[in-house]
Design a protein around this ligand. Structure first.
Ligand code: 5RP
Length: 243
């Protein structure tokens, strides 16, 4: 990764942490990925500001990093509401819709985002896109038992797909922390995020997709020399406190 991208991400993490401190979360959700690792680094150097905070995570990997650093980690399954969620993203458009799941953690990430009162994403400038799908395929998590049927259906829909495979450590498919197989779907020209999400989610055996629609409140975009904060108007957002 280019050094200016790392600088940009680090700047964005530092600004995002300032926002988190203002929000004083009692329970904080943390996503998965290299940006999140950077955020946890920054967080661990300023931990005195969040002494009372406990954490829930979107992957065993993030839980492990946090617990190694001495943070209190809760089980997501026994967490009823999250005050603030912080995560990275693969692509973000001007409406703050996103593609996520490059780390195969989109299912738990979506649960955390859905259950959080405030959702903050941290990205670098290379991840802003005009239209989702410009650079990344859409991850679709599928129950192993449904793999063949789901593949057939996606092919019938004319979608360009591939099953995500590991490049080292084990031969074969990437399995998520929720034991799903990840199919990467290249968005077709005709697609709109909402329509494609609806079509794919209607197939039995599909657990989740990496399309995150209306699940962001703020996006901190790091540039080598500054950070820009993109905000979504509150009225369009689902809020956990409106349950
Ligand atoms: C993991 C994710 C990540 O947030 C996304 O892939 C971005 O990762 P990185 O910060 O390493 O670029 O969705 O499932």
């Amino acid at each position: 990764m280019a050094s200016e991208v790392i600088v940009a991400r680090k700047r964005a993490c530092e600004e995002a942490l300032k926002r988190v401190v203002e929000l004083k979360p009692r329970i904080m959700g943390i996503g998965t990925g290299s940006t999140v690792e950077l955020f946890v680094e920054v967080l661990s150097k300023r931990r005195e500001n969040l002494r009372e905070t406990a954490y829930v995570c979107s992957s065993l990997h993030t839980c492990h990093i946090l617990s190694e650093k001495g943070f209190t980690v809760l089980h997501l399954g026994s967490t009823t509401s999250i005050d603030v969620y912080v995560d990275g993203a693969d692509e973000v458009d001007s409406e703050l819709n996103m593609i996520k799941g490059g780390g195969a953690a989109a299912t738990l990430e979506k649960i955390l985002a859905y259950g959080s009162k405030y959702r903050i994403y941290v990205i670098d400038y290379t991840k802003l896109v005009k239209k989702l799908g410009e650079k990344h395929a859409i991850p679709v998590e599928v129950l192993p038992e449904a793999l063949g049927i789901v593949l057939t259906r996606l092919r019938m829909l004319g979608l360009n797909i591939s099953i995500r495979t590991l490049t080292s450590g084990k031969y074969g498919f990437v399995m998520s922390d929720t034991r799903g197989v990840i199919i990467d779907v290249k968005p077709p020209n005709w697609w709109s995020p909402r329509d494609l999400e609806k079509v794919i989610r209607s197939i039995p055996g599909v657990v989740e997709t990496g399309l995150f629609i209306d699940l962001a409140d703020e996006v901190f975009v790091g540039y080598p020399d500054r950070v820009e904060v993109l905000r979504k108007p509150r009225k369009n957002n689902f809020r956990a406190e409106e349950f």
